[in-house]
Design a protein around this ligand. Structure first.
Ligand code: HEC
Ligand code: HEC
Ligand code: HEC
Length: 410
């Protein structure tokens, strides 16, 4: 009997270290998954305004209609609680749901496919630990031919390059880490790479910028005379950490990406992203690629006076702004974009600077839609785009009218 007791005691003792070992592995795995969820910014798309964390229901507006994000909490009935790790891998790596149907590429699986299985498994382990929310997102509101999910198969054939990230042995470990984040979980190209008419990324124009959600996601390459091309690596790191640097203050969709994703990254990961974008600059600067200087009469439309009276108190007489508080309009990637949408959005609707741990006060630009008519807004936008060393095309009244209508402003 004594022997039996000793044996069970020994067994119990033997069990103990085993148990605590598996606990620590799980905790580490959960923390890893939580961090990967930050890298992939699941929250910005999968959490609706006022909705439960990751319960979906945010409407993603695409040129083809509205697609609502899915509930990815572990709720069994309405979330992904019944999904196995294989099911989850199929969604992240191949864009296929548990029921075998295609996901729409509004879910960035064309980027997430670069993530290795170990990272995707850790992510699922983490998602299994968040509070389950019983909630079914609204039905998608899509252009008729695209309602059948099988239509995505054709898109995938044309644009989806499935496969995990491959290290470039000629480059440093830091550079490769940056390339992995930017092209994989960070899905930076989903906004910064121009999409063609079918919504497919233009692979020969990686990170050259496009209009997204009625803002402008600027050119991140060296093939520009403006924006990131003129920034140092430290400027990029600062921007990703605090949403500010000496040149720019993030607003719009990037402010959200910074708030939910890049400000939570490690310093090493932000430095890796900067290394990938700047060492050497993404894309090569080509001879004769200098931006077109508009010949349109600078201030033929009276924008200068509007700027002096309404803008210069904040932005300075020469557009210089205030470092880390008010955007510098000189050499700005948004101001010099081929499309004036970012400039017009700020002027019409105003702009809220982002708030991060490192930059807690929110700089705000007031809206001017109520104050000026389309012609006046076009005039001040053109003035900003063609002075202070900026050389962007002029702005027409109809571009202002169109955006005013899209944004629902009077
Ligand atoms: C840019 C927006 C966006 C981001 C970022 C995003 N998703 Fe999604 N996701 C969507 C949309 C939209 C859908 C629904 C697509 C559809 O209906 O075909 C979706 C669907 C899914 C699904 C399928 C669920 C189901 O029941 O069909 C999974 C799993 C998923 N996302 C996981 C993730 C994870 C994990 C992350 C973060 C690493 C993430 N998503 C980041 C937009 C996004
Ligand atoms: C949801 C769309 C979206 C995603 C995803 C996104 N960006 Fe952006 N990004 C934007 C927009 C829009 C702006 C312009 C911000 C503004 O007007 O203040 C921007 C601005 C920037 C800028 C400043 C450029 C300049 O000239 O001022 C940098 C740098 C940047 N993004 C890097 C990244 C990186 C790196 C990633 C991936 C980790 C990323 N972005 C992901 C939309 C996005
Ligand atoms: C009260 C101060 C204030 C006034 C007045 C103001 N702005 Fe701004 N503006 C800001 C701040 C702060 C930002 C940066 C934060 C942001 O983008 O939300 C900004 C951003 C911008 C941007 C975007 C720049 C970029 O690189 O993303 C443009 C363009 C702009 N302002 C133009 C104007 C014009 C034109 C006027 C006058 C009609 C004006 N602003 C008046 C404070 C102001």
């Amino acid at each position: 009997m004594l022997l039996g007791l000793a044996a069970s005691l020994a067994a119990a003792l033997l069990l103990l270290p085993d148990r605590s070992k598996s606990d620590t592995i799980d905790t580490a795995q959960i923390e890893r998954g939580r961090y990967i969820a930050r890298l992939g910014d699941c929250r910005s798309c999968h959490t609706a305004q006022g909705g439960a964390l990751l319960a979906g229901g945010l409407g993603i507006v695409t040129p083809f209609g509205i697609i609502y994000s899915a509930n990815i909490t572990p709720d069994v009935a309405t979330g992904i609680g019944s999904w196995t790790k294989d099911d989850f891998w199929n969604a992240m790596h191949s864009g296929i749901r548990k029921d075998g149907a295609h996901l729409y590429p509004a879910m960035p699986y064309p980027w997430f496919t670069k993530m290795p299985r170990t990272d995707v498994d850790a992510l699922k382990t983490y998602l299994d630990t968040i509070p389950p929310a019983r909630y079914t997102p609204p039905e998608n509101d899509l252009w008729l031919p695209l309602r059948a999910r099988v239509s995505v198969a054709g898109w995938n054939l044309l644009f989806f390059d499935k496969g995990v990230f491959k290290t470039d042995p000629a480059k440093s470990a830091e550079w490769n880490r940056g390339a992995y984040i930017v092209e994989g979980p960070g899905h930076c190209g989903a906004c910064h790479t121009p999409a063609n008419l079918l919504g497919g990324p233009e692979r020969d124009r990686l990170y050259e910028g496009q209009s997204i959600q009625n803002w402008w996601a600027p050119n991140l390459t060296g093939r520009s005379a403006y924006g990131v091309a003129t920034w140092s690596k430290e400027d990029v790191v600062d921007y990703l950490k605090d949403g500010r640097n000496d040149h720019a203050v993030a607003s719009g969709p990037m402010a959200l990406a910074i708030q939910n994703s890049t400000q939570h990254m490690t310093d090493a990961d932000r430095a890796a992203i900067a290394a990938y974008l700047k060492d050497p600059p993404v894309g090569t600067r080509e001879e004769g690629d200098s931006p077109r200087v508009s010949e349109a009469g600078i201030d033929s439309m009276g924008g200068k006076a509007i700027f002096r009276d309404n803008c210069s108190a904040c932005h300075g007489a020469d557009g210089e702004g205030v470092p880390r508080l008010i955007a510098d309009l000189r050499k700005s990637g948004v101001v010099n974009a081929p499309d004036p949408v970012g400039v017009l959005h700020a002027i019409l609707a105003g702009a809220q600077g982002n708030v991060t741990h490192g930059a807690p006060q929110r700089p705000t630009m007031p809206p001017f839609a109520w104050k000026f008519d389309d012609r006046q807004i076009a005039a001040v936008a053109a003035y900003v785009r063609q002075n202070f060393g900026n050389h962007a095309p002029s702005v027409s009244d109809s571009e202002v009218a169109d955006l005013r209508e899209t944004l629902g402003l009077e």
